[in-house]
Ligand binder design. Structure first.
Ligand code: GRF
Length: 186
């Protein structure tokens, strides 16, 4: 049975937001770290913490077929909430429907601005004074679901996409656990 307080974190890479979510858990339990990249650096950290992990390379498997296998792993762990944290793969419509309203993601912009990739370069190119990050519900449309929380990060003179990314990432690490702790209670 799905328990909203049992959270799976889905990663593809370094997993710095995953770490923040593990360390900031109050109202939820991180019951599974799952990855579509068996070599993802974040998996090693999770194993070192004794957290349950699951991984399967997604390349070469049809999207929905892969998502059905992932779904079975989530059900095995009685997951009720999914937090995407640098999960670099678009989920199939089937999966998004099955988990409707129960998948959240963190995105490095103040949505609805800059959906998709290269958010920092785009904010700088637009001459924005303020950037930031958003936690939102995942729907079929990319980065378009309900925004659950945001943090603003002022853009500084001389900022590059790299320097801005670093400061926004720090803000992400504070925002994501705060929003997830509230989300699992609603
Ligand atoms: C972050 O910038 C996050 O906003 C975006 O992907 C990146 C993941 O970084 N969705 P990490 O793996 O959590 O360090």
């Amino acid at each position: 049975m799905r328990d909203p307080k049992r959270v799976a974190i889905l990663i593809s890479g370094r997993g710095s937001n995953m770490r923040a979510l593990v360390e900031g858990a109050r109202n939820y339990e991180v019951a599974l770290i799952a990855s579509n990249k068996p070599q993802a650096a974040g998996l090693g950290w999770a194993r070192g913490r004794g957290l349950p992990t699951w991984s399967l390379e997604s390349k070469g498997t049809a999207k929905e077929a892969y998502d059905r296998i992932l779904n079975a792993a989530l059900d095995d762990h009685s997951i009720g909430t999914i937090a995407l944290a640098g999960f670099m793969r678009i989920l199939s419509p089937w999966f998004v429907e099955v988990w409707s309203g129960r998948i959240v993601n963190i995105h490095p912009s103040l949505l609805p601005k800059y959906r998709g990739l290269d958010t920092h370069a785009r904010a700088l190119a637009a001459g924005d004074q303020i950037s930031g990050c958003s936690v939102h519900i995942v729907t079929e449309e990319l980065d378009a679901g309900e925004v659950l929380g945001q943090a603003e990060v002022p853009i500084q003179p001389g900022d590059t996409p790299g320097t801005l990314e670093q400061r926004v990432l720090t803000a992400e690490h504070a925002l994501y656990p705060e929003v997830l702790n509230a989300f699992v209670l609603r």
